[in-house]
Design a binder for this molecule. Sequence first.
Ligand code: 5RP
Length: 229
Amino acid sequence: MSEHFKQLAAERAAEDVKSGMRLGIGTGSTAEHFVRALAVKVSEGLQVVGVPTSERTHALCVELGVPMTTLDNEPELDLTVDGADELDAHLSLIKGGGGALLREKIVAAASKEMVVIADSSKAVSRLGAFPLPIEVVPFGLEATRRSVLSVLSKLELPDVLHLREKDGQAFVTDGGHVILDAHLEDIPDARELAMELTAIPGVVDHGLFIDLATRAYVAGEDGVAEILP
Ligand code: 5RP
């Protein structure tokens, strides 16, 4: 059922796309529904260019014939559409479950608007049940891990950090980094945590997206709700 809701939210966002737009295109299963809806509109004559936020999304755009460009060619985008792992009522987000958080944040920050698409299970009153991805450079991993732990301890958050793995190896992002997933359960002050994590040398970025999303379409049993921050 959640797959159907993801599709509904994605299709609603595709209605906002107009010819001439420069798009940021997110990563994940919900974003893939958006790419499919967008590809139908492109085949009907819609003229857009998209900047994909991952190699995975890039491959899907190639397969479906969605025209692409790079952020270097189009450093200002009109609209980014992306999924989320969690969103709260202010549209603060946890992203990065799919490991694409760095490019996703760069692309969202380069966009005039960021629309989040999600099924209703992603909407929460407070962020934190979903493990927070923290992208770090492999060099000095243990030192960086200790710095992250000391921030968590200072903010009285649980010190549970897991190096993300895939097929028994450390998961490596499109940028060549690794991910520490922080199992925090609850984040009372996401803005403070975001600032503290960003200040750690070795942390490339993290999955807290604050003041980036401008609108969300959240689909559930009652249809698609539009949420503004
Ligand atoms: C990838 C992301 C995704 O947007 C997030 O994980 C949601 O994925 P899905 O739509 O598959 O539930 O941040 O880095």
